[in-house]
Ligand binder design. Structure first.
Ligand code: SF4
Ligand code: SF4
Ligand SMILES: [Zn+2]
Length: 289
């Protein structure tokens, strides 16, 4: 049998492209797997083009002597505030009471390992630039509060009971929190002081933060470039130094495409943190603003 010309077969699975695909000028078939691979390739290409453009923009807009030591990608986070209402407080109290009644302790093996290193100010600046994406996991995990957390409070207040610890944690709820995220996440970070938070909140560092910590560990004065990238668009970009954050203007480069626009779902699947969602980590939001 005569082989089909290369431009008429799917580049991912080799299937012959149908008339619609050929009319659209794409080089992949309609199979979900191939569309997903094409979307990933498209996003990777955009990021590559953006990396070069971003480093050049950072140097020219900020007159930097040296290029930033690293480029990190942040996920979409545009917090909207809503009230913490009486129902929220009641549900949270019920949950905390059940923690005490059942002696519930979160299995740490289900959470990400502690990798946060607070020595480097670039780290707190990165989290401020991000706006606290990882604290959305605190919604499903109820701020990661378990008996360990409540017992720690009680040990520091020897005259008090675990019921008092429940009261204390309900009292620490803010008036407003970030919609869809942890009840303790406010517009300026976590409503709780560090010592009151679960260990995972203080210990979690996403991949971007780990990268920043790594470069700052090698050279403490390192600057890094952070780009918030969502659905193949640049949302924000900044050069982060130890003592300052400088926003830069950046546009998403246009590429010659041989594929259709990826769906939001495809774009999300390229996010590093999405791959970790089952572990549902969270990060303490000691963010500078
Ligand atoms: S640790 Fe959390 S707040 Fe900090 S950059 Fe990563 S996702 Fe954002
Ligand atoms: S750091 Fe605070 S806001 Fe974030 S998940 Fe933990 S308790 Fe919630
Ligand atoms: Zn295919």
């Amino acid at each position: 049998m005569k082989a089909a010309p290369a431009n008429t077969v799917c580049r991912h699975c080799g299937a012959v492209l149908d008339a619609l695909a050929r009319r659209r000028g794409v080089d992949f078939c309609g199979a979900a797997r191939c569309r997903h691979q094409a979307a990933q390739a498209h996003t990777a290409g955009l990021k590559q083009a953006l990396s070069t453009a971003a480093l050049a923009a950072a140097r020219s807009q900020l007159q930097l002597q040296e290029a930033p030591a690293a480029l990190v990608w942040l996920q979409h986070c545009e917090p909207q505030m809503i009230a913490v209402d009486d129902d929220d407080r009641d549900r949270h109290r019920s949950y905390l009471e059940s923690v005490v009644a059942d002696g519930m302790v979160i299995d740490r093996s289900r959470l990400a390992a502690s990798t946060a290193d607070d020595k480097h100010p670039q780290g707190a600046r990165l989290c401020a630039q991000c706006r606290g994406r990882c604290c959305e996991h605190g919604a499903g995990w109820r701020a990661f509060i378990d008996l360990t957390v409540l017992s720690r409070w009680q040990q520091e207040h020897p005259a008090c009971s675990l019921a008092d610890a429940v009261d204390a944690y309900v009292t620490m709820l803010p008036a407003e929190h970030v919609r869809g995220a942890c009840l303790y996440q406010t517009a300026t970070g976590c409503a709780m002081p560090r010592e009151r938070r679960a260990d995972i909140c203080n210990g979690f560092a996403c991949e971007a933060l780990q990268q920043v910590q790594h470069v700052a560990e090698s050279v403490p004065a390192s600057a890094v470039l952070a780009i918030t990238f969502h659905r193949d668009q640049v949302e924000r970009a900044a050069v982060i130094e130890a003592d300052a954050t400088h926003a830069i203007a950046l546009e998403t480069p246009t590429r010659t495409r041989t594929m259709s626009r990826p769906t939001p779902n495809h774009a999300m699947q390229t996010d590093a943190l999405s791959a970790k969602l089952p572990q549902a980590p969270s990060r303490a939001a000691d963010r500078e603003r």
